[in-house]
Write a protein that binds this ligand. Structure first.
Ligand SMILES: Cc1cc2nc3c(=O)[nH]c(=O)nc-3n(C[C@H](O)[C@H](O)[C@H](O)COP(=O)(O)OP(=O)(O)OC[C@H]3O[C@@H](n4cnc5c(N)ncnc54)[C@H](O)[C@@H]3O)c2cc1C
Length: 414
């Protein structure tokens, strides 16, 4: 069996991938496995999901979302993709608070790595989790709910606590979003007015290759209310005269509608459409989450490395997110700015520059995105997470024999 991740830069070493068709079958499988890991939609760029022994995917479990209108929640199987969830929620009059750049990823896989969209007031996708149903190492099914003692450590859990069979998410009434792109934001304006720019819409992304005097594109997504109007002036930018792809030279056909045309949240919040390949497809990714107070200094630090970074880069995306209290979340403890790198598929060269970027961002306590490429050369992540030891204790208590451990966890976390 040769199974690769979405980007094709990682070949899973697992000897077998199981696809149980019921939770009972899954429970028996886990109970009988000395080592096993949950696999989502394979969108991570590293070995986080892998284990040489066995993997289990939930794509054969029936995935009909259950909406509880009174509680304002929806419950889905862990393997459900956000795009599939949206197709159920929107016609029923409901929505989730935000989405990542693509709708193709599974809910449990996204939540496990603290996947995020953008928005000063918008928390990571994991913040919408109200409850998780988890198959533990002995095959027992347990539910962890918001408010439970272990909850804050169990949501962004990197697959270390078991297989998440069902996730209950907060929902809200459905809403429309309009997406506008502005081009050529002067760097001087971006650095002087960063807060005003990122708060100018519900979700804002800046796309740059770090060269020149301007940031190439500013994507702004606004919840449409009666007073909504296209923004013509934005700190020296020009409104784009047609649809844009974030990567230079790529047809925007796979991007969600722009030019301020209102549409349902799930057709605007992701940059990329469900029925098309997201991003480029031929790429690698890294991302570092920096405390918001250091945003400008961190941007300046990376910009000073443009001679090293830009030749390997397709594009950088700068996003923001509100803080949360989930122990291993990139935004635990306060708001963050995300500095994301879509790299050319030249992994040895990318891996060679990552330590330099991480050293430049170390003074700002930058946390790497768990699902993307990072170096962690000094094995120094513990200092970035106040609840690091709490998480390790939680893993030791819930999985004492290490059924869900793997090389990634041994290397970076446990
Ligand atoms: C094109 C592209 C765009 C992206 N855009 C964004 C973005 O906008 N924002 C962002 O933050 N990230 C983004 N990412 C990264 C992506 O969201 C994360 O890597 C996410 O974890 C992928 O989810 P997955 O279902 O593919 O998980 P996988 O890669 O399959 O697994 C990830 C982790 O989740 C665990 N896991 C999966 N399913 C379960 C389960 N049922 N129970 C327990 N643990 C489970 C695995 O064990 C593993 O630890 C992007 C990735 C790609 C390829």
């Amino acid at each position: 069996m040769t199974l690769t991740n979405w980007a094709g830069n990682y070949v899973y070493r697992a000897g077998v991938v199981h696809h149980p068709s019921s939770v009972e079958e899954l429970q028996e499988l886990v109970a009988g496995s000395p080592r096993i890991r949950a696999l989502g939609t394979r969108h991570c760029f590293n070995d986080l999901a892998d284990d040489p022994a066995a993997l289990v995917a939930l794509d054969a479990l029936e995935a009909v979302p259950e909406i509880d209108e009174d509680a304002r929640t929806v419950t889905v199987t862990g393997g459900t993709r956000y795009g599939t969830l949206a197709q159920h929620l929107h016609p029923a009059g409901w929505a989730v608070h935000n989405l990542a750049s693509l709708p193709h990823i599974s809910v449990a896989g996204a939540v496990a790595t603290a996947t995020h969209g953008s928005g000063d007031a918008s928390k990571n996708l994991a913040s919408a989790v109200a409850a998780l149903e988890i198959v533990g190492p002995d095959g027992t099914l347990r539910t962890v709910r918001r408010g439970d003692e272990d909850f804050a450590g169990s949501v962004v859990a990197l697959g270390a606590l078991g297989v998440v069979t069902r996730v209950t998410l907060d929902i809200e009434p459905t809403y429309d979003v309009a997406q506008e792109v502005h081009v050529d934001l002067p760097w001087t304006e971006a650095l002087a007015h960063l807060d005003e720019i990122t708060s100018s819409a519900d979700s804002v992304s800046l796309f740059t290759d770090w060269t020149g005097d301007t940031i190439a594109q500013v994507w702004r997504k606004t919840r449409v209310t009666p007073g909504y109007a296209l923004r013509t002036d934005l700190f020296g930018t020009t409104p784009a005269d047609g649809p844009r792809h974030p990567l230079p030279g790529i047809d925007p056909v796979n991007c969600t509608a722009q030019l301020g045309e209102p549409g349902p949240w799930h057709d605007r919040l992701p940059h990329f459409r469900m029925d098309f390949t997201p991003s480029n497809g031929d790429e690698l990714q890294s991302e570092f989450l920096v405390p918001r107070a250091h945003a400008v200094a961190a941007l300046e630090a990376v910009r000073s490395l443009s001679g090293l970074v830009s030749p390997l880069l397709q594009v950088t995306e700068v996003r923001t997110m509100a803080g949360d209290d989930l122990w291993l979340s990139g935004a635990q403890g306060g708001p963050r700015v995300g500095l994301h790198f879509t790299w050319l598929p030249r992994q040895p060269e990318v891996e060679a520059v990552l330590p330099t970027i991480e050293a430049a961002l170390a003074p700002f306590d930058a946390r790497p995105h768990w699902g993307k490429l990072f170096a962690d050369s000094d094995r120094d992540l513990a200092r970035l997470y106040p609840h690091w030891d709490d998480f390790r204790a939680l893993v030791a208590r819930t999985d004492p024999d290490g059924v869900f451990r793997n090389d990634f966890l041994e290397r970076h976390v446990l």
